[in-house]
Design a protein around this ligand. Structure first.
Ligand code: SF4
Ligand code: SF4
Length: 224
């Protein structure tokens, strides 16, 4: 019943790709009563495919604008989902679409990607991004923690990158390590986030103060 309501809410905003993540033993996010959230609604908003296909040599103004537009949409839909859940008598807490709460280690509070793999939406590619079957990595993710009584989806537990190494070869900063993802692997075993961040700040500062690159997503054969 709740899943249908979530589906309807998303459909109004042209979002058709979501899942329920089981976060037992993973979550460190607490609700207002200090209880750990054990589930999350994870959803994906596709990026414009023409814009994504056009950044194989580096970010563009159109990409930076699209990135900002999709983030804004995710935050707005997350907020609506929180209201809907709370009106039903349950609790919910959104993760901002793009916010570094730990700038020193260059990360946010809880990885959207972890919720998304647990919700069965895709795997983490060699490019350290969520790869969905439908759009590859050409999506941005939203996550809303909740205690709604909904059945979680089956997680994705293996990589489908196979022998592909296109993102490794395309990265101008040489920041991708090349390992295949599996649940529990650390981010550092996939990506040197410091090298990636410094490259973006040095070469693409004019795009969202060096927050955007996108080459390793644009080059991915699953992208569409
Ligand atoms: S975002 Fe750019 S610099 Fe960072 S890993 Fe991907 S291609 Fe390399
Ligand atoms: S470009 Fe290839 S290796 Fe990289 S994430 Fe996509 S499928 Fe995986």
């Amino acid at each position: 019943m709740f899943k249908e309501r979530i589906k309807e809410l998303f459909a109004v905003h042209d979002i058709y790709f979501f899942g329920i993540a089981d976060l037992h033993n993973i979550s460190h996010i607490r609700d207002g009563k200090g209880e750990l959230f054990r589930k999350a609604v994870s959803f994906a908003v596709p990026m414009n495919a023409e814009i994504m296909g056009g950044i194989k040599q580096g970010p563009t103004k159109r990409y930076a604008d699209e990135y900002a537009r999709v983030n804004e949409k995710i935050d707005s839909v997350s907020s609506m989902l929180v209201s809907t859940i709370e009106e039903s008598g349950y609790t919910a807490k959104p993760i901002p679409a793009s916010k570094r709460t730990d700038p020193k280690n260059i990360k946010g509070g809880f990885p959207h990607k972890t919720a998304a793999t647990q919700a069965g939406m895709g795997w983490i590619g060699r490019n350290c991004q969520l790869i969905t079957r439908k759009h590859g990595p050409w999506v941005r993710l939203g996550t809303v923690f909740t205690d709604l009584p909904v059945q979680p989806d089956d997680p994705v537990t293996k990589s489908y990158c196979g022998d592909c190494r296109k993102c490794i070869e395309a990265c101008p900063a040489d920041a991708l390590v090349g390992n295949l993802w599996h649940p529990g692997i650390s981010r550092e075993e996939l990506l040197d986030v410091w090298v990636c961040d410094q490259w973006k700040k040095k070469h693409y500062y004019r795009f969202n103060q060096g927050h955007n690159c996108g080459i390793c997503a644009a080059i991915c054969p699953f992208g569409k």
